[in-house]
Design a protein around this ligand. Structure first.
Ligand SMILES: [Zn+2]
Length: 95
């Protein structure tokens, strides 16, 4: 059961790995959805960042599990991850 060494030909390229803020699982970033602060607003509004281009800190939640977004927005987890006191979550449908 040792990994083959120097074989090559593996089709899967390991991309960046991120931790879901909801379930805390580590997954490839491609399977996660990025949340970030919308730039240029007075209030710290958290928005989905499908292009992953927004500057600053981001938080990640599972793409395929709505429960993760739910958990991530509870108990100030998002606030802590993004280092802001009172994030506006209305853009996430979580008034
Ligand atoms: Zn998750």
């Amino acid at each position: 059961m040792r990994p083959s060494d120097g074989g090559g030909g593996e089709p899967t390229v390991p991309g960046p790995v991120r931790t879901c803020l909801g379930c805390r699982r580590r997954r490839p970033a491609a399977e996660l959805r990025r949340l970030a602060l919308a730039p240029g607003l007075d209030r710290a509004r958290v928005v989905p960042d499908p292009c992953r281009r927004l500057p600053g800190r981001g938080a990640w939640v599972c793409h395929d599990d709505p429960g993760c977004l739910e958990k991530a927005t509870q108990k100030g987890r998002l606030a802590r991850a993004l280092k802001i006191a009172n994030p506006d979550l209305s853009a996430l449908g979580r008034g």
